[in-house]
Ligand binder design. Structure first.
Ligand code: PMP
Length: 287
């Protein structure tokens, strides 16, 4: 079924939504994005995603083409028009199409940003079979740029990382810099040791995950111990359990790192419990 998408103020059939070949998102990866999950036809943590979008735009000196209320309205309208019960809304804003290629940023008064949103229908997303078996990850060098806190559309290396994982018979890759795990290709990374949840502290080195923020809050509320610090692949391999978080996978157990099984090779109790709490609380707070 053809989707209805949003492009620069219009709701259009996907086949009619066209972006210029001069768009800086296309030519220079000069754009930012967000992915917001939908459960029960409602948006999970919309405010968190809207706030991070504003932060990303500001860091790149880009103005938002829409305010937060209008953005919420567009998200809801796309959910409605496409009948999404479970899935995601992808949003991208680029520095627009100046009509030629130039490294210098165009004058924003002459070149408006491009804004695109589309839905991804994923029935059964909250009940993903992978959450019952856990996933396997490999570790690879983190070769990305040094402002990973800005959610840009420069996703070539993360995409290559997923391909490297696939080639190695694994599900995903954890990125390693200076001997420490930064994060997953498209998720934040955690280990659990002696009952403590350990995840890298916030800095320019990682994306400030919206799911990370919520999960750490729920963990603290449930009296679980949280330690925000970097860990090495070796420490991870000897941990009791591990997991990742992202808007589309929620809390996903990791059962193997570089071929080394964690614990008994099954999803651990902390990851399973956090997934349950996250889904329950997020559904209750969805708008
Ligand atoms: N790190 C990276 C590199 C990501 O791409 C993502 C998902 N976009 C995350 C972490 C998780 O962020 P969120 O929980 O906001 O989806």
């Amino acid at each position: 079924m053809s989707r209805t998408v949003y492009l620069n103020g219009q709701y259009l059939p996907e086949s009619e939504a066209k972006v210029s070949i001069f768009d800086r998102g296309f030519l220079m990866a000069d754009g930012v994005y967000e992915v917001t999950s939908v459960l029960d036809g409602r948006l999970i943590d919309f405010d968190g995603h809207a706030a991070r979008l504003e932060r990303s735009l500001k860091a790149l000196d880009m103005a938002s083409p829409v305010g937060r209320d209008e953005l919420l309205e567009i998200h809801r309208e796309l959910v409605r028009l496409n009948g999404i019960e479970e899935g995601m809304i992808y949003l991208q804003i680029t520095r627009g199409a100046p009509g030629d290629r130039d490294f210098v940023f165009p004058d924003p008064a002459e070149t408006p940003p491009t804004i695109v949103l589309f839905t991804q229908n994923k029935p059964g997303m909250a009940d993903a079979p992978a959450a019952r078996t856990g996933i396997r990850v490999i570790t690879i060098d983190d070769l990305r740029w040094h402002r990973r806190d800005i959610k840009t559309v420069q996703l070539l290396y993360p995409s290559m990382g997923k391909m490297m994982a696939k080639a190695a018979g694994a599900d995903d890759a954890w990125l390693v810099e200076d001997g420490k795990v930064t994060e997953g290709t498209s998720n934040n990374a955690y280990i659990v040791s002696g009952g403590r949840i350990i995840t890298r502290e916030l800095s320019h080195d990682i994306l400030h995950g919206i799911t990370r923020k919520a999960v750490l809050r729920f963990a603290r509320e449930a009296q679980m111990e949280v330690e925000e610090r970097a860990f090495s692949p070796e420490e991870a391999k000897s941990a009791d359990e591990a997991f990742i978080t992202s808007a589309s996978t929620f809390v996903m157990p990791v059962v193997e790192i570089d071929g080394t099984p964690l614990g008994d090779g099954k999803p651990g109790p902390v990851a399973r419990r956090l997934r349950e709490i996250y889904l329950e609380e997020s559904r209750a707070a969805a708008i």
